[in-house]
Design a binder for this molecule. Sequence first.
Ligand code: HEM
Length: 453
Amino acid sequence: MTQKTMPLPFNPRSAEFRANPYPTYHYLRTHDPLHYCPERKDWVLTRYADIIEVLNNRHFGRSEQKLAKIEVAANQTSIKRLLSLRDESQKLMKLWLVLRNPPDHNRLRRLLRKTFTQTRIQTLRAHIQTKVDALIERVKESGKMDIINDFAYPLALDLNFNKILGIPPQEWHSNFKQWLDSLSSVADLDVTPIANEKGLLAIADLAEYFRHWIVKCRNDSELQDNLISTFIKAEIGDQLSEDELVANCILMFFAGHVTTSHLIGISILTLLNHPEQLQLLQADSTLIEMTIAEGLRYDSPVQGVSRTALSDIQLLNQTICKGEIVNCLIGAANRDPAQFPDPDKFDIRREPNPHLSFGKGIHICIGRHLAKLVAEITVGTLVRSFPRLSLTTDALEWEDGFLGHGLKSLPAPFKSRVERSGPHSMHDSAVIQQPAHCPIMFVRGFQFFKRKS
Ligand code: HEM
């Protein structure tokens, strides 16, 4: 039922709001579908149809942002060095595919397309299954597991870094986790100044890391079949500048990892909070594709994307002035009753399920086939291998932030061992601790795409 007053104000920094934004989404959709936020001077859009309209409209796009200049005295060399790194990071971010408009966007996206076709991604199926099986073997020895840190995180790293970008594990940097965390903080709605600076420094470190790696690849006698090699070939063929190459390696490092890892965690958690749906899936493993789609709809790892008006434009009888930002709340669109019957119900047999969790329009997620495949194999194997998964913990730790959404960890100590049975043996039963009074505590997660600060 929709409330007459807003249950909680739309405030992405408020832990209380982030703990459960859905009642506020419902209120906004019904009473204020194009909501103006005077503090940030931007707009919030919540209805499915309106969001589709904006994401498909060429008058909304990305805007050139002016870099904040900070003046320092001539003798402050160390500060000057820091500031130049910061400027460099901001310049690189502006070159990210996701922040470009046509025609540059088309040129960059074309380069990525071949790597992410559905056929090509399907060739990774056996590799992913082997990895998941090996991770299960590893946790079996330790007697406990954490779905995020033992499965989601290492799997996403292997796929995005090793298989897609083409950097083998022995070349990985010990700061990866820290850089991913900091990068996650740089692109939220209402990002704090400290988080912003940390994110920019992570970009500077990653730029240095990738510049070294690119030199190494260029010196190899022949380029391999991976995304970085594709970028290098494009750079040699004058289709890409060196900065664009470095910038988009950083984007790919970040965009594919955190989201996929969050999808696996949220999918398992949502299933555990709906035991009858979990049982349905366990009884019929062919439902896995629909289960992941419904998990994406029900609690999206990306809660929103933003667009800037490229000219004055009318939307829902309001004039959106050129340069103003409209935040399209995917999480709200995915629960719009005008699009999804009984939208607050988690129903793994929901069909059709045109959720917006991968976005829409020219920026629709390029890695969606990969993310779905990894989640389907991982979640499918976990629920099959641990048939008595359940929740018992009294606190789940969620990443900070609003636009991105994911768990920091999802611990699952083993309860008892069961006999192996058949090719997909049941390894153990696992208990994830959570209080009896679920629903889940939603404390929102990592940040995703850059918006106007
Ligand atoms: C559950 C996992 C994922 C979710 C929920 C997700 C979500 C999204 C969304 C909503 C967008 C649109 C952004 C916008 O319109 O502003 C997007 C774009 C993008 N995603 Fe994903 N993503 C996921 C996984 C991945 C993976 C695995 C990769 C790559 C390995 C990836 C790479 C990208 C890139 C490069 C873009 C920008 C595309 C463009 O601007 O043309 N994503 N993603």
